[in-house]
Design a protein around this ligand. Structure first.
Ligand code: PAF
Length: 294
């Protein structure tokens, strides 16, 4: 769908230089255009495409960054084998109506001698922060760098990485970064599996079992509405995942804003899970409806 004002001559530009990217966005904003930004690591799927579509609806111009950020991968993680599909990504983004793809080399983002990191505490502490030490430092550092390089009005993130959205919002608030953060719903396969670039790693057999994450979350939603205690719901999630051959890293019902334990029955809650299927690590979550009383 077209943005607020259609853009003349809409051929998409691929920009690799941060200064050039920043100049383009500032010039567009100076002419009164509202700019949307979708940061990605490429290997784009329908979830990313939905973010671009949402940005294109609400903004005049959309920038999409494609950068596999080395600093958010641990030493034994999948940085080297993370899927890189630049040509297909560029086609998808152009189709979605973006004006710019920002696809920098690593040394343009991390210059020689690079020594500055952003550390977010609070929502970054538990879950992914525990299982993947340094991950959110890498995310916050690159997202801050990207926000400075693509000084958009609004940035779009997927709810599948819920904890990441909390970390980014916390950083934007704490550093006073002049950008609005919009979180968009998770896009799912027909069997409920959340779209993820890492789904490409799954063997056919593992792919069959991967729907268990979504099944455990929807079952948690039903138990939650039936008023069952948090500990019982968490145990049910673990039992279901384990029965489907998934090695559970965490399965929890927590405060959706802080990711800390629920303090009152009315606290807005979220169920979150992470597990390994074979060598593939997947995460997912489900916002729980408010429940009164118990
Ligand atoms: O969600 C992602 O793809 C990445 O964590 C992000 C936000 C692009 C930072 O590298």
């Amino acid at each position: 769908m077209a943005g607020r004002h259609a853009h003349a001559a809409t051929s998409m530009a691929i920009v690799t230089d941060p200064e050039a990217m920043r100049a383009e966005v500032l010039a567009a904003r100076a002419s009164g255009r509202r700019i949307g930004f979708v940061p990605t690591m490429g290997a784009l799927h329908a979830g990313h495409v939905s973010l671009v579509a949402r940005a294109a609806e609400a903004c005049d111009d959309v920038a999409v960054s494609i950068f596999v950020n080395p600093t958010q991968f641990g030493p034994s993680e999948d940085f080297a084998r993370y899927p890189r599909t630049l040509e297909a990504d560029v086609a998808a983004v152009e189709q979605g109506g973006a004006r710019w793809v920002f696809a920098p080399q690593a040394d343009a983002i991390y210059p020689p001698g690079w020594a500055t990191k952003i550390v977010v505490d609070g929502p970054a502490r538990r879950f992914e922060g525990e299982v993947r030490p340094g991950h959110f430092c890498g995310v916050a550092t690159v997202v801050c760098r990207l926000f400075l390089t693509v000084p958009a009005d609004v940035a779009y993130f997927g709810a599948k990485d819920w904890q990441q959205t909390l970390v980014v919002k916390r950083m934007v608030c704490d550093l006073g970064l002049p950008i609005e953060v919009v979180v968009c719903p998770t896009v799912r396969e027909p069997d409920g599996l959340a779209m993820s670039s890492r789904n490409a790693y799954l063997s056919a057999e593992d792919r069959g079992r991967a729907a268990a994450l979504f099944e455990s979350l929807t079952a948690a939603g039903r138990s939650w509405q039936a008023g069952e205690p948090v500990a019982a719901i968490e145990q049910q999630m673990r039992t279901h995942l384990t029965s489907r051959g998934i090695a559970v890293e965490y399965a929890a019902v927590v405060d959706r804003n802080s990711l800390e334990p629920l303090t009152t029955p009315q606290t807005p809650a979220i169920a979150i899970v992470a597990g390994r299927i074979g060598k593939t690590r997947l995460i997912d979550n489900h916002l729980l409806p408010s429940r009164s009383g118990g």
